[in-house]
Ligand binder design. Structure first.
Ligand SMILES: O=P(O)(O)OC[C@H](O)CO
Length: 196
């Protein structure tokens, strides 16, 4: 529409909340209970149900890659998406880790260390939001990829020759999870330091 000078207005239309990227994030959240019920149905002993649970986990994890890409590629980034996306990620990996420990496939300390880091950093992000946004770092993305790979390894009924690789991948995931946690804390402290 022309403005008072006759020029076309360049005010961008608001991004709709109900867009493809946010719908994918919502789908990931919906898949969390579906995944959990499938793991419980497997009791982590029925191979068919374990495979089904693993496939649901992989599909849900894949939406994490796709929703971010769609949001950036088609300019569909919204505040709702920025908040909901990491919550959906952490709900999915958190549910998987708790269930793996519940069924004695993963030591509880691993689940507790990862959950404390994930929930702590999420809370810290909200706490410092008025000073600035702490975006996901490259290390954070590598951490998420390692967690997804490790969880997939534990969920799938692996042949005996491959199963021992799982704890090594999970060990690497724990190390990167803790290291990136400290890095985010350092970023938060720099954000809160008053400018001189
Ligand atoms: O390490 P965070 O908390 O920034 O999380 C990283 C995201 O999961 C990457 O998609």
């Amino acid at each position: 529409m022309p403005d008072m000078t006759g020029a076309e207005s360049t005010v961008a239309a608001p991004v709709p909340l109900l867009n493809a990227a946010n719908l994918l994030t919502a789908a990931r959240l919906v898949l969390v209970p579906v995944f959990a019920v499938t793991v419980v149905a497997s009791g982590m002993s029925h191979a068919g149900w374990r495979m089904a649970a693993c496939l649901i986990f992989v599909v849900a994890s894949a939406t994490d890659l796709v929703d971010g890409w769609i949001a950036r590629r088609f300019a569909l980034v919204t505040s709702l998406g920025k908040v909901a996306d990491p919550i959906a990620d952490k709900a999915l990996t958190g549910a998987a880790l708790v269930l793996l420990s519940w069924y004695d496939r993963l030591p509880w300390w691993v689940t507790v260390v990862i959950l404390v880091r994930e929930l702590g950093i999420t809370a810290m992000r909200f706490w410092v939001i008025r000073h600035g946004v702490i975006a996901a770092s490259r290390g954070g993305k590598i951490k998420t990829a390692l967690q997804i790979l490790a969880i997939t390894w534990y969920l799938w009924p692996m042949p005996a020759a491959l199963a021992p690789v799982g704890p090594w991948i999970m060990g690497a995931a724990v190390l990167v999870t803790v290291a990136t946690g400290f890095d985010y804390v350092a970023q938060a402290l720099r954000l809160r330091r008053p400018a001189r």
